[in-house]
Design a protein around this ligand. Structure first.
Ligand code: CA
Length: 221
């Protein structure tokens, strides 16, 4: 999952980015409202963590503009403890959830998982696709009933494909969700990752639509 983090506090932004990357998320960190607006318009993020007090353009403006442009990306607003009215404004402007600063990273991670479930219309952390199952809470993956050890990136790739089971996922979209927008991706980084994931599962589990992307069938066996 590709998260756009918008936070002008260097210390806090750095701590959030590191913590989320440790959990396997791809994080693009922006520090002002204007660059946030333009990144949101690109629609490359799966979820946005938005501070409200930002230089350039405040978070409420950023959010209002995005919703007006019918950008439905889930937004979690991060506000200061005394910011009750800011919080209400945030929800009114179209935020999906909010967190009061200071917060624990565990709580942030739980809210992100919960928004992710809502995006997929699920009530639980587990995804089952045919013989594959993946648990977002514990990061456990099983295939044909056996536990499979995956690296963080393999896990993220599998998650992105399982969320779209039966549909082609374009390579640009996979690269973006795995490596983020600023990352320079080697030409065959994705192929190498698919190769290693296929070795751990089975070759047929991940289909290659040459030049376009990859897919997992609706009912992998
Ligand atoms: Ca701020």
């Amino acid at each position: 999952m590709h998260i756009l983090l918008v936070e002008d506090d260097a210390h806090l932004g750095d701590a959030i980015q590191r913590a989320l990357e440790r959990l396997g998320y791809t994080v693009s960190w922006l520090r002002d409202g204007r660059s946030a607006s333009s990144a949101i318009r690109d629609r490359t993020a799966d979820l946005i963590l938005l501070d409200l007090g930002l230089p350039g353009r405040d978070g409420i403006e950023v959010l209002t503009e995005a919703r007006r442009a019918r950008i439905e990306t889930p937004v979690l607003v991060m506000t200061a403890r005394d910011g009750l009215s800011a919080r209400v404004d945030g929800l009114d402007a179209g935020a999906d959830d909010y967190l009061i600063k200071p917060f624990h990273v565990e709580e942030l991670a739980a809210r992100i998982r919960s928004l992710g479930r809502r995006m997929r219309g699920l009530a639980i952390n587990r995804m089952d696709v045919g013989a594959l199952s993946l648990d977002l809470g514990t990061s456990e993956v099983t295939f044909r009933g056996e536990a499979v050890e995956l690296t963080r990136r393999e896990f993220s790739l599998l998650q992105a494909l399982m969320e779209n089971a039966g549909r082609l996922v374009r390579r640009e979209s996979l690269e973006n969700s795995l490596y983020g927008i600023d990352h320079v991706v080697g030409n065959n980084a994705l192929e190498v990752l698919v190769h290693s994931l296929r070795r751990k599962l089975s070759f047929e589990t991940i289909r290659n639509v040459r030049g376009f992307g990859y897919m997992i069938p609706r009912d992998p066996k």
